[in-house]
Design a protein around this ligand. Structure first.
Ligand code: COI
Length: 355
């Protein structure tokens, strides 16, 4: 895919939101990137156009059979006025894994990163600079062919939109309350759990809504078969520090392979903190809690960054973690990741690109 990106600029730039009150995913910049796919032409016609609603045929396959995948990454403004992207190559690798699972054609990751850079350059003035804010980049692909037969679509659109965001949880770094979900299932091995597919999020919404009514921020998913082993939180991967060792569920086919998850594991190994990727049951966590060994729990994700968990509920058990305060290690990980993302810490691992 080497077509030139055509650019049509808006004549009516929008008003920028107050960057001290952004929350997550509510505002969108002036432009978006679109590229089409047709089985006979491949990916073609890459273009940047004014942000606007898109017209789709009501029979477009995405509406009926849910062939839709997405990614999430963030752009940051450094102190020297450069734009920084954090590990966008990992997002492209994952996008193509999701594409493969959903029967969507592969994209040229390098070309999409180039398109994202061009789009951000145009809407650069939308990047918020307050601490804890960034420009969230949301690439997504949808099946656009009008057809009610169940098969993979012959046509798709890849669209990238940009959203200035603050913290994902309204409380910022305030530890969140999470409920272990005992009835519903997010994903099962052999399904699409490891793909960043819209359907996985649809499957999570009912449990999420029920948990919200009970005062929880999120649910913690258990494995679908035994309802025993920890999977993920849905908007983030999860880590437990038990007696000095950090444990996170291994990648098993139903968990999303988070970019922040991978970054955290790498940092912990570099710091000499024992870290294990393995099966971890909710009973093991409760036992550790009873013995005073459950030291920290935190979620990781692009949107959530590092999100400390202050309370974990499992059936009738309530586990209050680290006095419901952010733990030392969670704070160090947060400071290091956000420091790298702001371009304030040296990038010794080639994780960032600036332009
Ligand atoms: C992300 O962390 O980028 C996500 O996609 C999580 C959520 C907002 C869906």
């Amino acid at each position: 895919m080497s077509d030139e990106i055509k650019i049509q600029l808006t004549t009516t730039p929008g008003n920028k939101p107050d960057s001290s009150n952004l929350s997550f995913g509510k505002y969108f910049t002036d432009h978006m990137f679109i590229m089409d796919y047709h089985t006979e032409k491949g990916w073609h016609d890459p273009r940047i156009v004014p942000y606007a609603p898109i017209a789709l045929d009501p029979a477009a396959m995405v509406f009926h059979y849910g062939q839709a995948v997405f990614e999430g990454l963030k752009a940051y403004m450094t102190d020297s006025g450069k734009v920084l992207l954090f590990r966008p190559d990992k997002n492209m690798e994952r996008l193509n894994r999701s594409n493969d699972r959903l029967g969507i054609p592969e994209v040229d990751g390098e070309f999409v990163i180039q398109a994202i850079k061009t789009l951000i350059e145009i809407d650069k003035s939308w990047i918020p600079t307050e601490k804890g804010t960034s420009l969230y980049v949301r690439p997504f692909i949808i099946a656009t062919e009008p057809c009610l037969g169940v098969r993979s679509s012959y046509t798709y659109q890849l669209i990238v939109i940009l959203s200035p965001v603050g913290a994902y949880y309204s409380g910022g770094l305030e530890p969140v309350k999470i409920n272990v979900e005992s009835s519903y299932t997010r994903a099962v091995r052999g399904g699409i759990g490891y793909a960043k597919a819209a359907g996985n999020y649809a499957a999570s919404i009912k449990a999420q809504e029920n948990a919200k009514k009970e005062g929880f921020s999120q649910v913690l998913w258990l494995d679908a078969i035994e309802k025993k082993y920890i999977e993920e939180v849905g908007s983030m991967n999860i880590f437990f520090k038990i007696a000095g060792t950090v444990i996170t569920p291994e990648i098993n086919g139903s968990i999303l392979e988070g970019v922040t998850r991978d970054s955290v594991i790498t940092l912990l190994k570099d710091w000499g903190v024992p870290v294990e990727e393995r099966k971890l049951s909710i009973e093991e966590i409760y036992e550790a809690y009873k013995q005073g060994q459950l030291e920290e729990v935190f979620g990781t994700g692009t949107a959530a960054v590092i999100s400390p968990v202050g309370e974990l509920h499992w059936n009738e058990h309530t586990m209050a973690i680290n006095d419901k305060k952010i733990g030392e290690l969670s704070q160090k990980l947060y400071d290091t990741i956000t420091g790298l993302q702001a371009g304030q810490l040296p990038d010794t691992r080639n994780w960032t690109i600036t332009f």
